[in-house]
Design a protein around this ligand. Sequence first.
Ligand code: HEC
Length: 124
Amino acid sequence: MWRLLFLLLLLVACTGEKASKPVPTPDLSKAEGRGEVLFVTHCATCHAVKGDRKIVGPSLAGIAIRASERVPGENAEDYLYESILSPDTYLVEGFVEGSMKQDFASVLTTENVDDLIAYLMTLK
Ligand code: HEC
């Protein structure tokens, strides 16, 4: 029930944003295009992708570069995978445990996560 309400709220928030600024339609035949749509649905309420504005979480502008430097020995894709499915494994400085949504492992399919990561890797 609460999940449904949460999703509805997300949907409303996202539709509002789309109406106010025209965004080019993502190409759904590409992983990063599908990832962008997933991002708007699941992530954009908490994360900006431009500038350094903090919403609930940190801005993900430049995350493709930062992700490769976060954890020694972990490449960008692995770090992003972990950030989505197990958000508290690495905590971004200044944020507390549990502040990112914790249940993406059961909400998103493996393909969804791959698409999201393809999109995040375009944020250089
Ligand atoms: C409820 C708000 C919220 C939602 C929804 C959310 N996040 Fe986060 N996210 C956070 C917070 C807060 C942090 C910082 C704390 C941490 O490291 O876990 C974070 C951290 C991250 C990081 C690490 C950033 C860095 O600089 O290292 C990534 C990557 C990320 N989120 C991606 C996503 C993606 C992709 C989604 C959608 C599938 C998403 N988040 C949804 C709040 C959220």
